[in-house]
Design a protein around this ligand. Structure first.
Ligand SMILES: C[N+](C)(C)CCCC[C@H](N)C(=O)O
Ligand SMILES: O=C(O)CCC(=O)C(=O)O
Ligand SMILES: [Fe+2]
Length: 421
């Protein structure tokens, strides 16, 4: 199962390398071979509809829209959309699933046009629209594109010439906002220009797409190299590529940076697409990719500076993938904040270090590094679940403001504007 998925991803790496949009949908297995030939199928009267179904002992099988689907009877009863089972105003289930007999089977099944009618033993009737079943079945879902992304290295990103969105159009038009979010979803980074260089305007910008995620650093943060907090970010030192807040159970979804002032040298920002690097690992060493996605580790933040006392711990693997389709959705990579490894037995930990090295080599390839000098007026949004950031050491006075955003609310805004997220 795992190997099947890996080879499928590998075969599309050529596309990735060219920086094209990729789809993460699984290949559909050939169900035809799974069934004996002597099955009595119910076919639709109209040939054009091209639908066939049959009632098995423990499941219902449907062929429609070039998809072979199998449904469990409890699942079917649980997804009844009748007025007594489902509130279509609130989109919430009213049916108590625990009241459904786990051995339930329909008494009768009938098809009328494009609607299936199931009559259950107690006389309750459920209707299913055929298209609804295709869209909501496991098999139908697997064929869907999940999140279109353009994985990038420096050249791919620069050649794409993604235009920054103007402050006014971002704030005042849905087109501007949508364009911005589209770029953000595709690349994991996006820029807004001509922003008045103040904390208030940065906050206004953030509020347009999401809720600000308040953390122990505050709601909006505003920092210089004064070591006011117990973290290297508050110094002039260089910071290697990393994602932030790896020590939260759910790392912050989005990071917003606005450089309000810099009188000095250095201080360029480094950006690296973590998903691009992970794909390289998947291609070159699939078993290492798998290990990085399976071994949980702790990250930790211990602070005792002045009035600030914090101790945060987050546990999870470096690569987080959805179990049902193996889509990578979150990279947790911060070598500064990685805690003592005590969740991994000795015979696995060495292989883990090897896998971590492979990923680090990919993340550090100069061709994967996109460097940019942040200037007052330009606000950078970073998908902290995908793109790593870092900075060059610097001299002089440098002032950065920004905030974290809740990921759910950014995606909510994107969906409301009609984007796939
Ligand atoms: C952005 N801001 C300056 C507020 C916080 C910096 C947090 C730094 C921490 N080591 C981490 O990577 O999470
Ligand atoms: O100073 C910078 O440019 C970024 C520092 C950093 O990594 C952070 O604040 O999360
Ligand atoms: Fe950071």
């Amino acid at each position: 199962m795992w190997c099947h998925r890996l080879s499928h991803l590998q075969s599309r790496l050529q596309d990735l390398l060219k920086g094209r949009v990729i789809c993460w949908a699984l290949q559909q297995p050939n169900f035809k071979n799974l069934f004996p030939l002597a099955i009595r199928w119910h076919h639709t009267a109209s040939k054009s509809l091209n639908c066939a179904w049959q009632q098995h002992e423990d499941h219902f099988e449907l062929q429609y829209a070039n998809t072979v689907m199998r449904f469990d009877y409890v699942w079917l009863r649980d997804h009844c959309r009748s007025a007594s089972c489902y509130n279509s105003k609130t989109h919430q289930r009213s049916l108590d699933t625990a009241s459904v007999d786990l051995c339930i089977k329909p008494k009768t099944i009938r098809l009328d046009e494009t609607t299936l009618f199931f009559t259950w033993p107690d006389g309750h009737v459920t209707r299913y629209d055929l298209d609804w079943l295709v869209q909501n079945s496991y098999e139908g879902q697997k064929q869907k594109v999940i999140q279109p992304r353009i994985l990038w290295n420096a050249e791919i990103y620069q050649q794409a010439q993604v235009p920054p969105v103007d402050f006014q159009s971002f704030l005042e038009t849905n087109e501007g906002l949508k364009k911005f979010l589209q770029n953000f979803l595709l690349y994991g980074i996006a820029f807004v220009e001509n922003v008045p260089p103040t904390q208030e305007h940065t906050e206004k910008l953030a509020g347009r797409i999401s809720l600000i995620r308040e953390t122990m650093y505050g709601r909006m943060w505003y920092f210089t190299s004064d070591f006011s907090r117990g973290d290297t970010a508050y110094t002039k030192l260089a910071l290697d590529r990393h994602t932030d807040t790896t020590y939260f159970q759910e790392p912050c979804g989005i990071q917003v940076f606005h450089c309000l002032k810099h009188e000095g040298t250095g201080g360029k920002t480094l950006l690296v697409d973590g998903f691009y690097a992970a794909e390289q690992v998947l291609q070159k060493a699939p078993e290492e990719f798998e290990l990085l996605s399976k071994v949980p580790l702790k990250h930790e933040y211990i602070e005792n500076v002045g009035e600030c006392h914090n101790h945060m711990i987050g546990v999870g693997p470096v690569l987080n993938i959805y179990p049902w389709n193996k889509e990578l959705y979150l990279i947790r990579y911060n070598n500064y904040d990685r805690a003592v490894i005590n969740t991994v037995p000795y015979d696995v930990v060495h292989r883990w270090y090897t896998a971590h090295r492979t990923l680090t080599i990919e993340l550090r390839r100069p061709e994967n590094e996109f460097w940019v000098k942040l200037k007052p007026g330009t606000v950078l949004f970073i998908d902290n679940w995908r793109v790593l950031h870092g900075r060059e050491s610097f001299t002089g006075y440098r002032q950065l403001c920004g905030c974290y955003l809740t990921r759910d609310d950014v995606l909510n805004t994107a969906r409301l504007l009609g984007l796939q997220a």
